[in-house]
Design a protein around this ligand. Structure first.
Ligand code: GCU
Length: 632
């Protein structure tokens, strides 16, 4: 376990004494300090392993009976869902025993996927759900085995063969537990509890504008490695034309281990040796033949680092991203980010947050080929690695974000520790993704001292963990009350700490401005850095038309809103990109207008089932024009 993260958590717990939800855990459940941060298993999806997705038994536990007894003490045996026993047989054989669960005979569902789409009864369930399945472990095992979750929303506690493995907090980043010692030949039993309940101290907190998809929403695998393996590695191109590489080996033979970085496509083979801590770093001139990754040419290279018995693999694109004054430079050239925002929700009437490569390609393909975009804001939390790999492959630049959203418990050390952990897990998972160019630390957060300090800590973490990318946050602006035309001023002190100034604006939708007044809007923003409109948008119910009156929620209103807002955008000198809100209608419990919303935010340019609305073409035509322009 990485000392830094654990210390944050422990400190937070000791100071606040509050861990969301699972504080009162069973004594033989997990000492909270074992929050899983190691192993990282970077590029785990390219490692050998056993897929554990598929059919799982599940059982709801609304009162957390399996977490704590009714006085907060440890749950009694009759509630311990993880026990490695045959409940029916045990009760049949001994009439003194009694269990108030039987996972092996509970109903089943398919994982990954949120339980919200499992059955109509589960549609709005928030709280704890227990999952269990059995699997056979290969006999004659060598090396090490890790139980890896792509993500599970929100807090997860896992057990193998009745033994506690660990706990993880955060709904959108991967975590893994080493199970080499716990595995047994033949049949093994995994049980884990996922608690989706948000609180004032979780990240995000209770109130958001998206559906809180509870459950194991990404793949579960038993990942296999040699005894000593490359746990973390990164290779990137620097702005001075060098290839920078680093690796961290884990295992008995990690120190002083010979290794080779190989990029066959560049005829590159760089020998090296790890230091006493299993770390290796190297910087070499980039070969002339290197083809840089860009949206127009998303060139990826097979990269391997072989160390002892292990071969770490990844498919990496090499490009540089930087800011120069008000310009964003991709591979040294100014670029305009032609984007759109997107939630992690597949196209369809009953999404379960299941992002397969096909689902990712369907969504990103609408941006790349439909809107002629070169950029996507993956909001408001880290999306699946399936999505960022698809962006690498298809050629879309990515804004990647952590869910520090609206009202977060800024002064709560546990909340800060959780946010820092999510950020670190996100960066360490995706820092080899050429598509990812911006790390965002927050969305629409109120300006106050505690918030500023909280966000500056996160910005510092980004700069330490990955100085090669740009940092931003979606900010709000001050609106001049009595101005003749909409007049906005950036007054957020955090703006000075960011590489890219990003603003969310909804004039004409959440304000009674006439659309015709939008183009004359005045923006008082710093001129020394690029501005991006990280959000603007208007709802439209697909198929609702109001050609005369342009009533709100009509496709005509949304289309006109886009025309006028884009006209306004063209007049902002430092504007270097945009990600309108949003590609697809998405589930949001905050949206309950019975005529138009019914639990969906309708700001999509396509409906939840993929129907394009009139505004889709307005933006597509604008981006076609923009792509022909050379950036200002
Ligand atoms: C906000 C917020 C989004 C929300 C959007 C909206 O700006 O960042 O999460 O969905 O506005 O109101 O539709």
């Amino acid at each position: 376990m990485r000392k830094t993260h654990a210390l944050w958590f422990l400190a937070a717990a000791l100071v606040t004494g509050s861990f969301p939800l699972l504080a009162e855990q069973a004594p033989d459940a997990l000492p909270l300090a074992t929050v899983a941060n190691e192993p990282l298993l970077v590029s785990a999806d390219m490692r050998e392993g056993t897929e554990l997705s598929g059919t799982w038994h599940y059982s709801i536990d609304p009162y957390r009976a399996g977490i704590a007894g009714f006085h907060g003490e440890a749950p009694d045996r009759g509630q311990q869902r993880w026990l490695d026993i045959d409940v029916r047989k045990t009760m049949a054989e001994d009439n003194r025993t009694m269990f108030e669960f039987d996972m092996a005979h509970a109903q089943t569902t398919s994982l990954p996927g949120s339980w919200l789409a499992a059955t109509p009864e589960m549609r709005h369930y928030q709280g704890v759900v227990w999952y269990q399945r059995h699997f056979d472990a290969p006999a004659g095992r060598k090396g090490r085995y890790f139980l890896r979750f792509g993500a599970a929303n929100y807090a997860t506690t896992a057990y193998l063969n009745g033994k506690p493995l660990g706990r993880h907090e955060g709904g959108f980043t991967p975590f893994a537990f080493e199970v080499t010692q716990q595995l047994r030949d033949g049949d093994n039993q995994i049980t884990f509890a996922v608690d989706s309940q948000a609180t004032a101290t979780t990240v995000p907190p209770t109130v958001t504008d998206w559906e809180n998809y509870g459950g194991a929403t990404r793949g579960i695998r038993l990942v296999h490695t040699p005894a000593t393996y490359v746990d973390n590695a990164m290779v990137r191109l620097t702005t001075d034309g060098k290839l920078e590489a680093e690796a961290h080996l884990d295992g008995a033979a990690a120190a002083g281990q010979s290794l080779h970085l190989t990029i066959a496509g560049l005829k590159l083979d760089v020998p090296g040796k790890s230091d006493a801590k299993g770390n290796w770093k190297a910087t070499i001139p980039a070969p002339r033949s290197l083809v840089r990754w860009s949206p127009d040419n998303p060139k990826l290279y097979d990269v391997t680092i072989s160390a002892g018995e292990d071969v770490w693999r990844d498919r990496i694109g090499f490009r540089t991203i930087e800011r120069k004054g008000a310009d964003i430079l991709l591979n040294g050239k100014p670029i305009f980010l032609r984007g759109i925002s997107m939630h992690e929700e597949e196209i369809g009437p009953n999404p379960a947050r299941i992002i397969t490569p096909e689902a990712a390609t369907a969504l990103l393909g609408e941006i790349k080929n439909g809107l002629h975009g070169n950029y996507v804001r993956l909001s408001h939390y880290p999306h699946s690695e399936v999505m960022t790999r698809a962006a690498d492959r298809l050629g879309l630049l990515v804004w990647s974000e952590v869910p520090v959203y609206w009202m977060v418990a800024w002064s709560n050390p546990g909340t800060l520790a959780a946010a820092r952990n999510m950020l670190a897990e996100n960066i360490l998972r995706d820092r080899n993704r050429a598509s990812v160019v911006i790390w965002s630390v927050a969305n629409e957060t109120p300006v106050n001292d505690a918030r500023n300090a909280f966000l500056r800590t996160l910005i510092g973490d980004v700069r330490r963990l990955d100085p090669s990318r740009l940092v931003s946050a979606a900010l709000l602006v001050k609106r001049e009350e009595d101005a003749r035309v909409p007049t906005m001023t950036m007054a957020d002190p955090l703006a000075a700490d960011l590489d890219i100034l990003s603003i969310n604006t909804y004039n004409g939708w959440y304000t009674p401005d006439r659309l015709s007044d939008l183009p004359a809007s005045v923006w008082h923003v710093p001129a020394d850095r690029p501005l991006v409109f990280s959000e603007f948008g208007a709802d439209a119910k697909s198929g609702f038309h109001s050609p005369e009156r342009l009533q709100k929620f009509s496709e005509e209103f949304q289309a006109e809103y886009y025309r006028k807002t884009l006209e306004m955008a063209d007049r902002v000198p430092t504007l270097r990109g945009m990600s309108p809100w949003i590609l697809k209608d998405f589930r949001s419990p905050r949206r309950q207008n019975p005529d138009f919303q019914m639990g969906w935010n309708r700001k999509g340019l396509i409906s939840e089932t993929g129907q394009r609305k009139m505004a889709f073409d307005v933006l597509a035509n604008y981006y076609t024009m923009k792509s022909k322009e050379t950036p200002k």
